[in-house]
Ligand binder design. Structure first.
Ligand SMILES: [Zn+2]
Length: 219
């Protein structure tokens, strides 16, 4: 079994919490593919160290310290992803694992230098926002899941969920990438799958795929 660090927990809480800032322990277990008992143990430790507010059966919340810590980890991770994607030329379905191995070791100085060299990217290769040195996030973009777009709409891809590499690979295979413009040709009533047009070619995608691609409305 892989070793899951304190940093991984904090990043997962930061990334997957609800809009009210809380997350349930079982959801963390689910996201990190570990047992509820392991999560409970770690949450106690993190609460002792002042990183989370944890009360059994209640939503978990990052403290101010925890928030800062998690943001910094996410920042490191996403800057590595940009580096691996743009400079090393790795596809977006490969950068997550590599970045994960690299994010712990690098000094803040190296991360800051890389950020500068990359010309202060605001988003990672999956469209996730990168906190700057002071923890500030780029302006939020208004997006909807592609699954909510209607027939006839023109949209632009802004972000994709990055939890599954085969999903990302599939997307590249059909021509979906960031900033790509799509037109919804049809939404099929019986299973909500969609026929979309990418580069003048029509592709049929399932509602699950459409729910994990986030777009900006163009018209
Ligand atoms: Zn990413």
């Amino acid at each position: 079994m892989q070793n899951i660090s304190k940093e991984d927990y904090l990043s997962a809480i930061y990334k997957y919490r609800e809009t009210d800032g809380t997350i349930k322990a079982n959801r963390i277990a689910d996201k990190l593919s570990i047992s509820n008992a392991a999560v409970t143990d770690m949450l106690k430790k993190l609460a002792n160290d002042g990183f989370v507010d944890y009360k059994r059966y209640k939503g978990i919340r990052l403290t101010k310290n925890g928030e800062e810590y998690a943001k910094n980890m996410v920042r490191r991770h996403r800057i590595w992803e940009v580096f691996l994607h743009q400079i090393v030329g790795m596809p977006w379905d490969k950068v997550h694992e590599e970045a994960h191995n690299l994010e712990h070791g690098a000094s803040d100085e190296l991360i800051n230098k890389m950020e500068e060299m990359l010309d202060f990217p605001e988003f990672d290769p999956h469209g996730d926002p990168i906190p700057d040195k002071n923890g500030l996030l780029p302006k939020q973009r208004h997006t909807i899941p592609l699954s909510l777009a209607a027939k006839g709409e023109a949209v632009e891809v802004v972000r994709v969920n990055d939890f599954d590499n085969s999903f990302l690979k599939y997307l590249s295979g059909i021509g979906i990438k960031l900033n790509k413009k799509l037109t919804i040709k049809n939404v099929l009533g019986f299973d909500k799958s969609m026929i979309i047009s990418i580069d003048n070619k029509e592709v049929n995608i399932s509602s699950t795929i459409a729910a994990n691609v986030f777009v900006h409305r163009k018209n």
